[in-house]
Design a protein around this ligand. Structure first.
Ligand SMILES: Cc1cc2nc3c(=O)[nH]c(=O)nc-3n(C[C@H](O)[C@H](O)[C@H](O)COP(=O)(O)OP(=O)(O)OC[C@H]3O[C@@H](n4cnc5c(N)ncnc54)[C@H](O)[C@@H]3O)c2cc1C
Length: 462
């Protein structure tokens, strides 16, 4: 069966479905192919379910601190993990259904279920069907990559997808990897009541952030009783009865961690190895990410790659932004490009980390004259009132142009407050714009102008 379309979209992640909406609205006949769950990672095994569970963990934490706030709960806080999962399933399921229904009822759109593979530059097979189109958009995302550790194949282990089925309390969760995914799951399960040990090979947590950010996050984790082993290499995994034993080494000393469950949170890989890209001649980099230009075109005319599979983001908002770039160029005569965007993301531990632009290290390495403002969250009235004073905020300014180079807000509301800085960066206005702005009292954002009033030259590297 050979069926011709104007466009084929592979994958229903964060870019494919909205692009289908824009293309079909112009009258194009579009095929969209999904092999797994509609909505992809964010909706089913990533952002939405994890942040729903983070909310349960926050409730647990607040309940355990209730007496501090003058609230008498009257009995020890207990978790109902089946309800945690049911709540997560309901929230995530609603998004999944909405993507599926949206696509299935979209005029001019045909939904195919199954694994898509290129047969040639303009031909894709799915099951028995062969689809052809002049334009093909790849939005296949990525999946958890398991680390290569001896014994890994001998022990049961979890990843971000299988964690979604956990409706019980692991007695002791060992987490390999101390970056975004490991930290979010680690704090969450500690708050649910599990013993948690995080094993990180690097000398500090979340190494792409500045050292002071890593140190403050370590403090946040350890205060809650999470064991963190840094610069630790897991050398062997084995099963002893009901236990998983991780044999590791740090600073020349060997040790063992015995846990009930193991979560591998050591990175992700693109879903490009089984897509038949070689038959289409689409180039990938050594890690399997599809090579694209500034407008997300691959090396093959008529084929684009959006989202995690192109290696230019790794977030829901970058994937959605990819859709906007492709749609703007194809349909709106608007030459938007990847380099227009300012890196921004959050780490959703509690308190969260909101990030925009450069880190302090990157600003220092830029060779520019840099001013820095830094304020502890203990100085933020809103944080004090909420009883959530851990963390700090800092901002980096180009001393010559007065433009904001980057900021980190690790503290209550940091994931929201960062946007006030981000938008001034997008507006390409000097930092004095926000310095002179009147913000609402009492909020975390209220202290951003104060921080900007107390800038200091960035001290030379120690
Ligand atoms: C635990 C976790 C937490 C996260 N939290 C956040 C967060 O808080 N904020 C944030 O911005 N990002 C977060 N992310 C990242 C975010 O989920 C992804 O960046 C986002 O989902 C973008 O995905 P995408 O559009 O590239 O594709 P995906 O959402 O991965 O979708 C790709 C789709 O393509 C399908 N597919 C793959 N191959 C084929 C094929 N050959 N044929 C047919 N279909 C195929 C897949 O089944 C999938 O449905 C998190 C990720 C994880 C794992």
């Amino acid at each position: 069966m050979n069926i011709a379309y104007d466009a084929i979209i592979i994958g229903t992640g964060q870019a494919g479905p909205p692009l289908a909406g824009r293309l079909t609205a112009t009258g194009m006949k579009v095929a969209i192919i999904e092999r797994g769950l509609f909505g992809g990672t964010c909706v089913n095994t990533g952002c939405i379910p994890t942040k729903t569970m983070v909310a349960s963990a926050y409730a647990a934490r607040l309940a355990s601190r209730a007496a501090e706030y003058g609230v008498a709960i009257g009995r020890p806080v207990a978790m109902d993990m089946k309800q945690v999962k049911a709540r997560k399933d309901a929230v995530s399921g609603q998004s999944n259904q909405s993507v599926e229904n949206g696509l299935k009822t979209m005029p001019n759109c045909t939904v195919y279920r199954g694994h898509a593979r290129f047969e040639s530059p303009h031909e894709v097979s799915v099951g028995d069907a062969r689809l052809t189109a002049g334009k093909i958009f790849i939005n296949v995302g990525g999946r958890a990559a398991a680390p290569h550790i001896p014994g890994m194949d001998q022990v049961p282990y979890l990843n971000n997808s299988s964690m979604m089925r956990v409706d019980f309390l692991p007695k002791h969760l060992i987490i390999l990897g101390g970056s975004y995914i490991g930290l979010e799951f680690g704090q969450m399960f500690r708050r649910f009541g599990s013993e948690v040990t995080i094993v990180e090979t690097g000398p500090r947590l979340i190494p792409r952030e500045d050292e002071d950010v890593s140190a403050a996050i370590l403090d946040i984790m350890e205060r809650e009783g999470i064991q963190v082993r840094l610069a630790a290499k897991c050398k062997l995994l084995a099963r002893h009865g009901d236990e998983i034993v991780a044999s590791a080494e740090a600073a020349g000393t060997s040790f063992e961690i015995r846990g009930s469950h193991l979560l591998a949170a050591t990175g992700r890989r693109p879903n490009t190895d089984d897509l038949g890209l070689e038959k289409a001649g689409v180039a990938v980099d050594p890690r399997g990410y599809i090579t694209v230009d500034n407008q997300l075109r691959t090396n093959v005319p008529g084929i684009w790659a959006m989202g995690d599979c192109n290696g230019h983001g790794g977030f829901t908002h970058t994937s959605y932004n990819d859709f906007e770039i492709v749609a703007a160029n194809l349909l709106d005569n608007d030459s938007r490009k990847v380099s227009d965007r300012i890196p921004t993301y959050a780490l959703f531990i509690d308190p969260p980390l909101g990030r925009a632009g450069m880190t302090e290290t990157e600003a220092r390495d830029s060779g520019r004259k840099v001013l820095m403002g830094k304020l502890q969250m203990t100085k933020v009235g809103r944080a004090v009132e909420k009883g959530e004073t851990l963390g700090f905020m800092k901002v980096l300014i180009n001393a010559e142009t007065q433009r904001i180079m980057g900021a980190s807000i690790l503290g209550t509301g940091g994931d929201e407050a960062i946007h006030s800085i981000l938008d001034v960066m997008y507006a390409d206005r000097p930092y004095t714009t926000i310095r002179r702005a009147m913000h609402i009292h009492p909020t975390v954002s209220e202290l951003i102008p104060t921080m900007l009033a107390e800038l200091q030259p960035l001290a030379p590297q120690r």
